[in-house]
Design a protein around this ligand. Structure first.
Ligand SMILES: [Fe+2]
Length: 563
């Protein structure tokens, strides 16, 4: 079933203030109420007044998804008494301002933690402030809390979204349709698996890029739960460069001092979602980089010195092992919990990608985390980074010494993941092996859906980053580049690739099963946007952004219930 068809885009609408107030003292909407499908948070026509008018409104969960939600937003200037209203309740927001370390621009963000909600209920809310230019008819939307216990629900995922403003590097019009695709499927929540808007590729305009991202991203109707990617790492914005990201998202507490928001876990029904920051373990150096020959010079008001050519912000190992230790504790507790059936991991970079022009697979993830995924039977891993769609067979264990260094020809141990089956039956028991999906198919302009060539044995090849690739000087004065760091392997783990377009969305329907000791399933459907690519990868024909998402494939994951 197409998510959208023809020119019938989901309507952009929001509830009026009168409708919100009519929802009654609790803010609860009747079950029969039709939730608006999409909000418009576009305030681009507003004047230059730096007031407290809310924009970039979005939801996350930071505590119990069944009884709470966090409403976050930004405003052009400081807001007076920023607040969320739900029924007769007024919830004060906390301000979290910061100053961008390159442009020197002040950014005003706000977060209201809303608790005391009923599970599985639909609520209307309004966002405003005393100096909200729209105070007479403030921004409004609805959201639904998660169900309690084993219950069916839907979630969606993609990464690598960008903005619709093609003035910015890697932004593209498909990012608007990608957001509408999420709304059309009406999931309980969306997993945004990293590389949100590529602000670090537009270093002198980072807050403006984030603003276009936030105004496009209609996450005001359901939580979008993100993980950081390499393009959330920004010069001048904190020790790992995550200040822009962290000040916009209130995320579950990982209880690891100094590393809040970088990784977290979340329980929804019988699913444990584990969101990781793979920047901490990958070998690839793909964060911000000054290629030369000019230095990157921050605004004088920041007091920051010029960033010299050849500089990159490489953060591999930044947690000193704290994230991996947390991951093991979290997976052990999850697998030991009889109320948890499924463990779904999201992270940005890939352990199993055979994209040819893209980044490929990273040995760092295979070394640090895949043994844990095996030990604790992680069912599903969602990644982005390569702007395409690829699905693995269920994987468990590794084949040693099957890689070949692309620069030297030497044998390299790429820890190639071992498929437990290579029969693409469409139904996979993930208690026997972990299925990996590459879903970097959100909206960024650079589609990467051409895959490794076939090797001597006829098997498609994948490239694997096996060592650090920090920038080094080239023969041109002031110009730096990264040395080769790849090995090739036969991608025996790869089950399915979309060669027709780099754009799409994955939809996950969780069926908790009906009886203790029975079976539970997740039906996965991948919808793609044929013709959206600027250049069709199969025909070379020019394309354009499209609202039409059609089914590419559907498969089912099954496993025995834990209780
Ligand atoms: Fe990336």
């Amino acid at each position: 079933m197409p998510a959208t068809s023809g020119s019938s885009r989901p309507p952009r609408s929001s509830l009026s203030r009168r409708q919100v107030l009519a929802a009654g003292g609790t803010g609860l909407l009747a079950a029969t109420a039709t939730p608006a499908k999409a909000a418009t948070t576009r305030r681009l026509a507003r004047g230059a007044v730096a007031d407290g008018t809310p924009e970039q409104v979005h939801l996350t969960w930071s505590e119990d998804p069944a009884t709470s939600v966090v409403v976050s937003w930004a405003s052009p200037g400081p807001a007076n008494r920023p607040q969320v209203r739900i029924g007769q309740r007024v919830i004060a927001a906390e301000a979290e301002p910061y100053t961008d370390g390159i442009s020197g621009e002040a950014v005003w963000t706000y977060h209201a933690r809303v608790g005391g909600l009923r599970p599985g209920a639909l609520y209307a809310y309004a966002v405003t402030a005393d100096n909200d230019d729209d105070a007479a008819d403030p921004f409004t939307a609805t959201f639904r809390t998660a169900p309690r216990g084993r219950a069916p629900f839907r979630f969606t995922s993609f990464g690598d979204l960008g903005t619709p403003n093609t003035e910015w590097v890697l932004s593209y019009g498909q990012s608007a349709y990608a957001v509408e695709a999420v709304e059309s499927f009406q999931p309980l929540f969306h997993l945004l698996n990293g590389d949100l808007c590529y602000a670090n590729l537009n270093p002198t305009a980072q807050p403006a890029v984030w603003r276009d991202f936030g105004d496009n991203n209609q996450a005001s109707y359901r939580p979008w739960m993100p993980c950081p990617g390499n393009h959330e790492v920004e010069f001048g914005n904190g020790p790992q460069g995550f200040t822009s990201y962290l000040t916009r998202y209130t995320l579950p507490d990982n209880a690891v001092p100094g590393f809040g928001g970088r990784w977290y876990a979340l329980r929804i029904g019988s699913v444990l979602v584990v969101s990781l920051d793979a920047d901490d373990v990958v070998y690839q150096d793909a964060g911000p980089f000054v290629p030369g020959p000019e230095a990157l010079t921050p605004a004088a008001s920041t007091g920051h010195p010029p960033i010299e050519p050849g500089t990159s912000l490489y953060i591999r190992g930044y947690s000193g092992g704290a994230q991996t230790a947390w991951l093991e504790r979290t997976l052990a507790a999850g697998r030991g919990d009889e109320s948890v059936d499924w463990i779904v991991v999201q992270m940005h970079q890939c352990a199993a990608s055979s994209s040819a022009r893209g980044n490929g697979s990273d040995l760092g993830i295979r070394q640090e985390w895949l043994p844990l995924f095996d030990r604790y039977e992680v069912d599903l891993v969602l990644a982005g980074h390569d702007h395409d769609y690829e699905r693995s067979f269920p994987l468990r264990g590794a084949d040693p010494d099957v890689g070949r260094d692309l620069a030297t020809g030497a044998v390299v141990d790429t820890l190639r993941p071992r498929p437990v089956t290579t029969e693409d039956t469409g139904v996979f028991d993930t208690s026997t092996g972990t299925v990996h999906l590459v879903l970097g198919c959100g909206g960024a302009v650079d589609n990467l859906n051409d895959y490794g060539p076939r090797g001597e044995g006829g098997q498609h090849q994948a490239k694997v980053l096996t060592r650090e690739n920090r920038p080094e000087a080239t023969s041109t004065q002031g110009v730096y580049d990264r040395p080769p760091a790849y090995a090739a392997e036969d991608a025996v783990w790869s089950a399915k690739r979309d060669t027709s377009t780099g754009y799409g969305i994955a939809v996950f329907d969780v069926d908790p099963g009906t009886e203790e000791g029975g079976q539970t399933s997740i039906t996965v459907s991948y919808y793609h946007a044929l013709g959206a690519d600027p250049v069709n990868p199969a025909t070379g024909a020019p394309g354009a952004p499209t609202p039409d998402y059609t089914e590419f494939e559907t498969f089912t994951l099954v496993r025995p219930r834990s209780g």
